[in-house]
Ligand binder design. Structure first.
Ligand code: EZ4
Ligand code: CO
Length: 402
């Protein structure tokens, strides 16, 4: 089965998405997600200039061969742009293979390991009361796990605090917005948020929190210790994982579970974190790490160390990624939890999908392939508009991790 056409479709139904569509000489088509938040056009150029010309005429059935050829053949290995471009091709080829077989993708992986993929929602607020009433809404919808982010008194904006309900979008149109960060106020405030949440929701609801790379290892260890009485489901990205050894210090001081790696894109990025059991959940996704082909390898490596999956699923991961992630999550032996930040209505309508939500779980559905399509005429009504993620700085103007 030869690849006859490959095109990138850029659209912006409220936020930007880059979608790769591959067509074969049998007429079968597949979709992959090529969105890299705030750096979309770098991936588009990588695909259009360097990947697609080679892809035309290749055998669509040789997924592994295409993956290895794109990875090794580039000479320049790893990195978010390369691995996102490879991911888009990989997702589209798995979609085609499953459609050819007439099966939902999870059947090709080895079948369902569970009844559904447990997801977590995002509660956030301008005050603790605000945030806890959001948690209440998620519980009422059937969620078993919720991430809590809250504005910090004394700071004008805080990461994770949405403008609307059920929908959180950090990227803004135009140049990067500035946000002020101050660690002392944050460290004083967060334990109080979780003390009140645990008191109100009892012992069983999974409560999560994302530090978003803002702490040093020593500060992260201190936060982990102060949160132990409230038994978090996980503490996410407590410090940047650029230097994986820095997680040793956190691990030596706290039993709070740690999730990391939504910005990581390769098995080698996780090798120390996982093999030394420094983390409990890997956060990379099929969109970030070269697709299903490489995600599978990372997950099975993690399984050998009792580390589970906790895949990224924010709004910048399009419904195509969500579809593939759900087939993966239904199968993967060491599934932990899947993030599910709901898309806006326009996005859900533009990407008709087979996945459905019930009782705190998503199910990928039984449609052949990954089950997500793209309404191209609708996509053309929402042209791409440059957008950027915020940049954080301390009160004295020092640039900080966002
Ligand atoms: O900031 O997806 O866990 N979720 C997150 C997200 C990320 C965005 C970056 O593109 O940290 O909100
Ligand atoms: Co995160």
């Amino acid at each position: 089965m030869k690849i006859t056409e490959a095109r990138v479709i850029l659209s912006s139904p409220g936020r930007n998405f880059a979608t790769l569509k591959i067509t074969t000489d049998t007429g079968l088509t597949g979709l992959g997600d090529a969105t890299l938040n705030g750096r979309e056009k770098a991936v588009v150029a990588y695909l259009e200039e360097h990947v697609i010309p080679w892809l035309l005429g290749q055998d669509a059935e040789r997924i592994e061969h295409v993956w290895q050829s794109l990875y090794k053949g580039a000479y320049w290995r790893r990195g978010p742009v390369t691995m996102t471009a490879i991911a888009a091709v990989d997702m589209a080829l798995w979609d085609i293979k499953a459609k050819q077989a007439g099966l939902p993708l999870y059947q090709l992986l080895g079948g369902a390991s569970r009844t559904g993929v447990t997801v977590y929602g995002h509660a956030n607020g301008k005050s603790i009361d605000d945030c806890l009433s959001e948690v209440e809404n998620y519980v009422a919808m059937g969620y078993q796990a919720v991430r809590l982010q809250c504005a910090i008194p004394g700071l004008d904006k805080a990461y994770g605090v949405a403008k609307g309900k059920l929908y959180y979008e950090p990227a803004e149109r135009g140049l990067p917005p500035m946000e002020t960060w101050s660690t002392p106020e944050y460290l004083d405030f967060i334990p109080e948020l979780f003390a009140q949440a645990r008191k109100q929701f009892g012992p069983h609801l999974k409560l999560l929190h994302d530090v978003h790379h803002r702490l040093t290892p020593q500060e992260a260890a201190a936060l982990g210790k102060s949160l132990e009485p409230f038994r978090l489901g996980w503490l996410e990205d407590p410090t940047p994982a650029d230097n994986p050894e820095s997680f040793r210090l956190i691990r030596q001081h706290t039993t709070t579970p740690i999730a990391t790696g939504e910005v990581l894109n390769h098995l080698q990025d996780f090798r120390v974190l996982v093999s030394e059991q420094l983390i409990d959940y890997v956060r990379t996704s099929v969109q970030r790490c070269g697709g299903l082909t490489h995600m599978r390898q990372i997950a099975l490596f993690a399984d050998a160390f009792q580390v589970r999956t906790g895949c990224h699923g924010a709004t910048d991961l399009s419904p195509v990624t969500m579809g593939v992630a759900l087939h993966f999550g239904l199968w993967v032996p060491n599934f932990g939890l899947q993030e599910y930040m709901r898309h806006n209505e326009e996005t859900d309508a533009m990407f008709p999908h087979a996945y459905t939500f019930a009782d705190g779980m998503l199910h990928p559905g039984e449609a052949p392939g990954h089950g997500v399509e793209l309404d191209e005429s609708m996509a053309s009504e929402y042209p791409y508009q440059a957008a950027s993620l915020p940049v954080a700085q301390l009160r004295d103007g020092t640039a900080w991790s966002w």
